[in-house]
Design a protein around this ligand. Structure first.
Ligand code: NAD
Length: 360
């Protein structure tokens, strides 16, 4: 199969970690007989330096013309970098928000997988971490409280602030469909998280999710209140496969779930629209403190590339091969600095990429 991938390396460690992900994709192409064409594009600080803006219309158009986007990370040191002296709409992060919006990316997928080899980094009790866990949090990204009307005013001499939480059935249906589709490619269980005992938006959420579930008889659906979900994530994370939820609940729960995996350098993510198009990037930032030193952990970006293969290109065997290669490299004891522990072999960013490519 021949596919076109738009590549945004970005700033800081972005170029280093994306280079390693491309190394692994090239190995996949060679082994499975595919052809991946890359088009490198600028976004973030590097685009400000080259074009005066963090994202150009040309970059948006090129991303739209591609089959999927692979991204590193953008931004610099927020205290010292001149990019942060610019108005907010011209800073690096504004480019990413605009790109997500332009591409209609309403679903954020964050897998949280505790590799048994790294269970020591998990802050949970050993009896919980020993079971391991492998879940995916799907967060609605473009609606809800963060996008509702808001204002602050004085009412009868009292300062009063209002935020509005609104969802329509179409917004709920499209994210629910995405969650069930992804569950079909995993262990076929969906946990829908809401606050239906209090909120109208949650009651509508539950109703629509149940309607969508009828089209997926193989998938088990459960509903869970958000407060209970926060507890269950630390009590028994192994129970979850796909957790789907609205924007603000997802913002909080996905960070909680990330934390229990132990290392930011291991966390992949994807943002998708209604089709199989998506933007794939590590969950971490541009790590200016270690940029240019060949020290960064490229695994999150490599696992993001595996998601790209699975969800945008429907190449399940190839995605499995990448995930298994990561597993084998950890099993063989290779570690970058952020996940290093006694008795393991310290490797650089590029050595880690090379090892994973070898194991594919
Ligand atoms: P960060 O994630 O860049 O770094 C936090 C800590 O984690 C640092 O100590 C860093 O060295 C470490 N770290 C992160 N990724 C790592 C990796 N792959 N391997 C090893 N260590 C890693 O967060 P920050 O310092 O708050 O932000 C730095 C810049 O990144 C800011 O400009 C911020 O706006 C930007 N940012 C970008 C994105 C994105 O591109 N999606 C996301 C978050 C932050």
């Amino acid at each position: 199969m021949e596919k076109n991938i738009a590549v945004i390396k970005g700033d800081g460690i972005g170029p280093e970690i994306v280079t390693e992900a491309m190394k692994v994709l090239d190995k996949v192409a060679e082994k499975f007989g595919h052809k991946f064409n890359y088009e490198q594009l600028l976004m973030g600080g590097c685009s400000i330096d080259a074009n005066g803006v963090p994202l150009t219309d040309e970059t948006i158009a090129r991303c739209k013309a591609s089959d999927a986007v692979l991204m590193g990370s953008i931004g610099g040191n927020t205290t010292t970098s001149p990019w942060y002296k610019l108005p907010a709409n011209l800073r690096p992060e504004a480019g990413l928000l605009k790109l997500r919006k332009s591409l209609g990316l309403f679903a954020n997928l964050r897998p949280c997988h505790l590799f048994p080899q790294l269970s020591g980094a998990c802050p949970l009790k050993e009896e919980i971490s020993a079971k391991g866990f492998d879940m995916l949090i799907m967060r609605e990204l473009t609606g809800g409280l963060y996008f509702g009307e808001r204002h602050t005013e004085e009412v009868d001499g009292v300062m009063t602030a209002v935020d509005t939480l609104k969802y329509d059935e179409n917004e709920i249906r499209r994210i629910a469909v995405k969650a069930f589709d992804v569950a079909m490619q995993r262990r076929k269980k969906v946990t829908s998280v809401d606050k239906a005992n209090v909120l109208d938006t949650s009651r509508l959420w539950r109703k629509i999710v149940e309607e969508v579930a009828k089209d997926y008889p193989e998938v088990t659906l459960e509903h869970m209140l958000v407060d209970n979900s926060a507890m269950q994530l630390v009590k028994d994370p192994a129970q979850f496969d796909v957790m789907v939820t609205e924007n603000m609940f997802g913002d909080i729960l996905s960070d909680e779930a990330s934390m229990i995996t132990g290392s930011i350098g291991m966390l992949a993510s994807a943002s998708m629209n209604e089709t199989s198009f998506g933007l794939y990037e590590p969950s971490g930032g541009s790590a200016p403190d270690i940029a240019g030193q060949n020290k960064a952990n490229p695994i999150a970006t490599i696992l993001s590339a595996a998601m790209l293969l699975r969800y945008s290109f429907h190449m399940d065997k190839e995605a499995d091969a990448v995930e298994n290669a990561v597993d084998k490299v950890l099993e063989a004891g290779y570690r970058t600095g952020d996940i290093m522990s006694d008795g393991m072999t310290l490797v650089s960013c590029s050595e880690m990429g090379t090892k994973i490519a070898e194991f594919v």
